[in-house]
Design a protein around this ligand. Structure first.
Ligand code: XUL
Ligand code: MN
Length: 346
């Protein structure tokens, strides 16, 4: 049998969150970054993902020299812990300057700020030793259709991407689509949109995507199909596995928590496509349930990783030959039951 590769795992500091939601305050006291880093390594993870201001807090108020100093100190801390930085993403949705959007704001000063902030984020990525920039285009969309020009917005997005690609010719950009929240409608709601946008840029080869299971479900899509689609283009460069119960707020539940079969099909698509063989990480963008006690704070991450690995075994032991025969015989009822029996085990 061909040697099967080992997956490498990742999460972000925001995934050890304190339980606040739009209707109530935190339910757990904040922990230090150093504690989170220690937990990450202890729990079998290899890498950490960052927003630019996770890496350098209050980044907007700091000089270039200060940003460089703090980012290099963080790089050293990661190296000492045996952890790498997977990606850096500009957090463009928090600033008072981006209330009307960032790259697609109607205000030219906001658009300028968004680009300058992103170029700084690229500097941070370089200091941390990663070439992957993730863009979750949180406020690039509308609450009110008439408030923005959709076509102009796409042109502004392409201009912004072009500036990033020209600023550093070795970075790669992964767009993380999400159809809604915080916006009513986002301009880049699916992987198809992200990869089409990539084609309009000055260097399409360096613009790919990141699939988040919950975001695909919110778009009414099967995340396994989004994975297959992105992999057909060779452009699945990162992944946020989690789960989501239908069309609600973005729930970021543990992987497989809501629909084990949908999770199985994602793992099967990743296995088929050889995800991870070119150094890509399996990241979990999951949050603890609000009621979680401090002593159970890592469970959603540990459990997601465990479920993923169990499903890798399920994918590797799935009787593909029998499945093919059932497909050839158009016996979808038997195929359906075969999948259920396999997932339920003996
Ligand atoms: C938002 C989301 C973000 C991105 C990183 O829904 O998933 O945490 O993954 O900016
Ligand atoms: Mn995400």
């Amino acid at each position: 049998m061909a040697k099967q590769h080992q997956y490498q795992f990742c999460f972000g500091p925001w995934n050890i969150s304190e339980g606040q939601d739009p209707y109530g305050p935190p339910t757990r006291p904040a922990q230090t970054f150093d504690w989170k880093l220690k937990q990450l390594k202890k729990s079998g993870f290899d890498a950490m993902m960052f927003h630019d201001d996770d890496a350098v807090p209050d980044i907007d108020g700091k000089s270039d020299a200060q940003v460089r100093k703090e980012a290099r100190e963080l790089k050293q801390k990661l190296a000492d812990a045996g952890v790498v930085a997977e990606m850096v993403a500009p957090r463009l949705w928090f600033s008072p300057k981006t209330i009307d959007g960032a790259y697609t704001s109607n205000d030219p000063k906001s658009r300028q700020y968004a680009i300058e902030r992103t170029l700084r984020c690229i500097d941070v990525a370089n200091y941390l030793g990663t070439k992957l920039i993730v863009l979750w285009l949180a406020r690039e969309g509308t609450y009110l259709r008439e408030a923005k020009d959709g076509r102009r917005s796409i042109e502004w997005l392409v201009q912004a991407l072009d500036k990033m690609l020209a600023y550093d010719r070795s970075i790669r950009i992964s767009i993380e689509p999400k159809p809604n929240e915080p916006m009513d409608h986002a301009y880049v709601p699916t992987i198809g949109h992200a990869l089409a946008l990539a084609q309009l840029t000055r260097d399409p080869k360096r613009v790919g995507c990141l699939i988040e299971s919950a975001h695909a479900i919110l778009a009414g899509l099967d995340p396994a199909d989004e994975i297959d689609f992105a992999m057909a283009f060779g452009k699945l460069w990162s992944l946020h596995l989690n789960d989501q119960n239908g069309l609600k707020f973005d729930q970021d539940k543990p992987f497989g928590s809501n629909n084990l079969r949908v999770a199985f099909n994602q793992v099967r698509a990743l296995e088929r496509g050889g995800y991870g063989k070119r150094g890509e990480y399996v990241c979990f963008d999951v949050h603890p349930f609000r009621t979680t006690k401090v002593e159970h704070w890592l469970a959603h991450l540990v459990n997601s990783r465990r479920t993923f690995l169990r499903l890798v075994q399920k994918a590797r032991t799935f009787d593909e030959k029998a499945a093919r025969q059932l497909v050839a015989d158009r016996n979808h009822a038997a195929l359906d039951q075969m999948v259920l029996e396999h997932l339920m085990g003996k």
